[in-house]
Design a protein around this ligand. Sequence first.
Ligand code: HEC
Ligand code: HEC
Length: 406
Amino acid sequence: MVAACQRHVDVPPAVAASAPPAYLGAAYAPQAQARVPVAEVAALGREMFFDAGLSASGRTSCATCHDPHHAFGPPNALSVQPGGASGDQPGTRASPSLRYLQTLPPFSEHHFDNDGNDSVDAGPTGGHTWDGRSDSAHDQARLPLLSANEMANGTPSAVVDRLRRASYAPKMRVAFGDTIFEHEDAAFKAALMALEVFQQTPSEFYPYSSKYDEVLRGKARLTPQEARGLALFNNEAKGNCASCHLSAISADGAFPAFTDFGHIALGVPRNASIPANRDSSYHDLGLCGPMRTDFADKAEYCGRFRTPTLRNVAVRRSFFHNGVFHTLDEVLRFYAQRDTQPARFYPRDAKGVVRKFDDLPAAYAANVNTDPPFGGRPGQRAALNDGEMRDIIAFLKTLTDADLQR
Ligand code: HEC
Ligand code: HEC
């Protein structure tokens, strides 16, 4: 793994090399010696990222759902963002922040950590999206560009048509060769690559400029409340947050990503505000489907979603894969009281019995994690009290990058 603090950018090898970039496909061999310096490709990717002209509606750009002023996450408190052919079709999942994904490993079913405990199989880990179904940022960008409820282009050829008409089309010819638009496949891949290279710009995507980073550098100090919050965050019997949301500098010197990228089921409540959920037989089960299809027969994976980073989490206004909660206070309460006060989070059935994990068919309830801060029975004392929850939230606010502090 690349040490994050070295600010190293993993540019696909083809980008740094001169033409013809193998990445664009063997079929594409521009006559002119196309050169693709990283800075130019990143600048092109930036223009594409903000270009609503790349969507079928003409209204949706990547930045609509991944706003730079919100850590490249959603700009509002909606659980899911609208997109699609007319720009008003709601999706089914919360838009994640695109910051701090540069150390995300490709998806693997059996993850062995290279820092220490390397004999322990951590299980399904990594991959882009909440269910890890996409292996790289360029692969990932295909999904929103084509998907019916995001940018709704349908086919790569429709995307290339829009690129041809874009104000930056001449720059694409300079970067990728005069004949790039005559080769649809190569032109589509060039756009995906430019978007990926843009997302590897350290100053925009992994600045490590939060107060907590300054504390790790020995240049700032936590307040007493923030320090109590960090201790509770790390304490295995209390918050135990750091067991999944890693908070310490790793053995190889990398600053923490606040996630181990593991796929875990927390049993978050069903979100009635997502239109797809009006169909009571529809369930977003993460790793086992329906968006991902390769593990449809792995019952033990149902309900699992990839652990997100908590960097910049305080600038979000919707939380978890379905955006069901809208404040950190609600999130902390869910962690502390899911098992001791389930009626706060889940509906009662006709007999008045609380139906825990109401967004999972009952057969998968056993997949849900019960380690601290979860656990206990109704009426028992929760792992965290109100003051402790406030302390953890104070600590989470130290994870906001300098450009987003207001
Ligand atoms: C309509 C809203 C919307 C638009 C537009 C959109 N995205 Fe996303 N993006 C999402 C959602 C929702 C997810 C999570 C998808 C999932 O888990 O299935 C996501 C996931 C991602 C991820 C994976 C992040 C992670 O944590 O693994 C990347 C990278 C990404 N988007 C990049 C882009 C790029 C580049 C564009 C423009 C080409 C774009 N997105 C356009 C909503 C959007
Ligand atoms: C067992 C692993 C695990 C532990 C322990 C854990 N989390 Fe999480 N966390 C996750 C997973 C997995 C998700 C995403 C779940 C989903 O969306 O269904 C998540 C999501 C979150 C989110 C929502 C972030 C977003 O972008 O939507 C917050 C906030 C959060 N966790 C904070 C905490 C805090 C604070 C603690 C300790 C009190 C904690 N977590 C303990 C695994 C864990």
